[in-house]
Design a binder for this molecule. Structure first.
Ligand SMILES: Nc1ncnc2c1ncn2[C@@H]1O[C@H](COP(=O)(O)OP(=O)(O)OP(=O)(O)O)[C@@H](O)[C@H]1O
Ligand SMILES: O=C(O)C1=C[C@@H](O)[C@@H](O)[C@H](O)C1
Length: 142
């Protein structure tokens, strides 16, 4: 099955990086993100990885809720550690921990609203996490 990463799709379609798009304004990025989601959903059946901010727009939530969706329910402390390492996330420049907690509090109910199922991802290895995700996808689409 084809795999589509929406962050990559947005960057390819616009010819710009995500930090560059955010410099033009978050709405600029979100509009391209919605278009990339619509294009991906209209295309051949695929596994689509969205950015964590996909649930910010109601339009996106309504679209996603029509398809099988797996919520990657990552432990917040682990997410903070990983995001602190990355440095390239426009919404997480300073006070990463505080911003992550605020985003998580706002978005968590929205993820649960659109998700058909969820997978708890803790400190297991990447391979174990990938297998847990694949099992959830198999279960969902069988
Ligand atoms: N045990 C692990 N399981 C899963 N991912 C891990 C693990 N250890 C490190 N990582 C890393 O965590 C990072 C997760 O970042 P990634 O950018 O893929 O997040 P994302 O889910 O795409 O978030 P976003 O909402 O920003 O799109 C990756 O770089 C991945 O390699
Ligand atoms: O959580 C978010 O709002 C984002 C997550 C990333 O994947 C990118 O889509 C972008 O940095 C925004």
């Amino acid at each position: 099955m084809p795999f589509i990463d929406l962050d990559e799709a947005v960057q390819e379609a616009s010819g710009r990086t995500i930090p560059d798009l955010f410099r033009a304004g978050e709405e600029v990025f979100r509009t391209l993100e919605t278009q990339a989601l619509k294009d991906a959903l209209a295309g051949p059946k695929a596994l689509i990885a969205t950015g964590g901010g996909i649930v910010e727009r109601e339009e996106n939530r309504e679209l996603l809720a029509q398809f099988p969706v797996v919520f990657l329910d990552i432990d917040i402390e682990e997410a903070i550690v990983r995001a602190s390492r990355s440095g390239s996330r426009p919404l997480l420049q300073d006070d990463v921990a505080q911003k992550m907690r605020a985003l998580s509090a706002r978005r968590d109910p929205l993820y649960r609203q659109v998700a058909s199922t969820s997978v708890k991802l803790g400190r297991a290895s990447k391979t174990e996490n990938a297998h847990a995700l694949l099992r959830a996808i198999d279960e969902l689409v069988k």
